[in-house]
Design a protein around this ligand. Structure first.
Ligand code: EPU
Length: 440
């Protein structure tokens, strides 16, 4: 397994270009199964989760190919299966979108429970409640969610919890239902709106995505030949903004929608970080003096939970004690123990991390326990004195395109190294550097 080796202490300087949104792409790719025809999706991020989904689509009978690095064609005309086994879906959370897409396409779906980052309990009861309300019979047996519906019929669905996954899944299931579906208390994340725009480009009739009520008028069929460009990744952009601030750097972050970044921008300004924006870029200049802050993560337009771990790293430098309250997940604190190895002083009180400031982190071997925890540790390594080794970077590769190359372009000293493997007869296989372009 690959690891990163980071020599800390250099401010990030220059320009970073943000890729397409992971969480939009992983919903839009399964959404392409709804149409018996092809569609063209631009600004696709080249990340592990996208590769995993493409693999699943091919196994289901779809034709999928890249026209260039970031443009994907999907032709679902000859889709021939509504089944996705545990082996197919275990690596990613977004496999749950196969449920809504296959149910709408075939009137049935058999999909194993999803994998993805481990934040403790991550139920999908709201998805299932919605599918049932639309008329699906749902049975869970041997780890497989088995659904079928003779007919899906639009109805009013109130989500008890604001859920990105349930909102998008129910949009997918409802686009071809008979009549109108109204989703109350939906998630309003930018990627929810992007998925609705993609579905509308295929002939769906969805109104209100991004507001408190989404109205989906069912259509008889969708049409092929839709072309859609995915929005920039809000969380990747936020990660680079925080990295610029934490390393006291000066970075222009391009291909962003500044409006989507407002929950983070507001907090960075409060922490005495300079943030300026214009059109599709944001410039972040770090200051020596970081002001402490209290933050609570919430569904959009609240502060994003996915930026919680990176923000903790920045607050380790603040001028006093800060807090981050996790308002979305029960448990998203596995990264804390890793940061403590690097000298962070963080206490956990239930869902609140209490972060002591004015800490100079020091390099140490640490483990990326999940995607955003991994990104946080990279930022920590960039600010630390000495060398940080980050293991399990496969988690980071799931969601960040060319992360280390983008950082190297900003002056970071980060290197990817293939780990040493010991075979069953005890032979040590040589450590492998990959790719050479990322070595400074
Ligand atoms: N929840 C339920 N029941 C449900 C669904 C959700 O109780 O049926 C709870 C969850 O346990 C959680 C909260 O509701 O406490 C919000 O979960 P949500 O459904 O919104 O999250 P998700 O769809 O599983 C997506 C992103 C996550 C991101 C969250 C919140 C994808 C593939 N994943 O997850 O992204 O953290 O929304 O914004 O879109 C990441 O990118 O690193 C990542 C984890």
């Amino acid at each position: 397994m690959d690891k990163f080796i980071i020599t800390g202490g250099r401010p990030l300087e220059g320009e970073a270009v943000i890729s397409g949104s992971k969480n939009a792409a992983v919903a839009i790719i399964p959404a392409a199964l709804l149409v018996e025809g092809w569609c063209r999706i631009e600004n696709i991020p080249k990340i592990g989760d996208v590769e995993a989904l493409i693999d699943i689509l091919r196994k289901l009978g779809a034709e999928v190919y890249f026209e260039d690095d970031h443009t994907l064609y999907i032709n679902s005309e000859n889709l021939n299966s509504y089944k996705a086994s545990y082996d197919m879906v275990k690596s990613l959370r977004a496999s749950y979108y196969l449920l809504g897409a296959l149910l709408a396409r075939f009137g049935r779906a058999e999909v194993a429970f999803p994998g993805g980052c481990d934040f403790g309990h991550r139920p999908i009861d709201q998805h299932i409640k919605g599918f049932e309300a639309l008329g699906a019979k749902v049975k869970i047996e041997h780890g497989i969610i088995n659904m079928h519906a003779d007919e899906l019929v639009g109805t009013q669905i109130f989500l008890d919890i604001v859920s990105v996954g349930a909102t998008i899944n129910l949009m997918l299931a409802a686009v071809k239902a008979e009549g109108t579906t109204i989703l109350e208390n939906p998630a309003k994340e930018p990627h929810v709106v992007d998925v609705a725009n993609f579905l509308n480009a295929m002939g769906a009739d969805i109104k209100g995505a991004g507001t408190d009520e989404i109205k989906i008028r069912g259509v008889k069929s969708l049409k092929g030949e839709a072309v859609h460009s995915i929005i920039p990744d809000q969380i990747e952009a936020g990660t680079f903004m925080i990295a610029a601030a934490a390393t006291k750097g000066d970075v222009v972050i391009r291909n962003v929608i500044p409006k989507h970044m407002e929950p983070l921008t507001a907090k960075l300004l409060e922490m005495n970080v300079d943030v300026t924006e214009n059109g599709d870029w944001i410039r972040v200049k770090g200051n020596r003096h970081i002001v402490k802050a209290n933050i609570k993560t919430l569904p959009y337009p609240g502060f994003p939970t996915d930026l919680h771990p990176p923000t903790t790293v920045l607050l380790c430098q603040a001028d006093g004690t800060s807090t981050i309250t996790e308002g979305v997940y029960d448990s998203r604190f596995q990264y804390v123990e890793e940061l403590k190895r690097m000298g962070a002083e963080i206490k956990l009180e239930g869902r609140i991390a209490v972060i002591e400031g004015s800490r100079q982190l020091t390099g140490a071997p640490v483990k990326a326990t999940d995607l955003r925890a991994g990104a946080a540790l990279v930022i920590a390594g960039l600010t630390a004195k000495g060398i940080t080794e980050i293991y399990d970077v496969k988690h980071i590769d799931r969601g960040y395109e060319n992360f280390e190359e983008k950082l190297v372009n900003l002056g970071a000293r980060i290197e990817r190294v293939g780990s040493t493997r010991i075979t069953s007869n005890g032979t040590v296989l040589a450590a492998k550097r990959m790719p050479p372009s990322s070595v400074v």
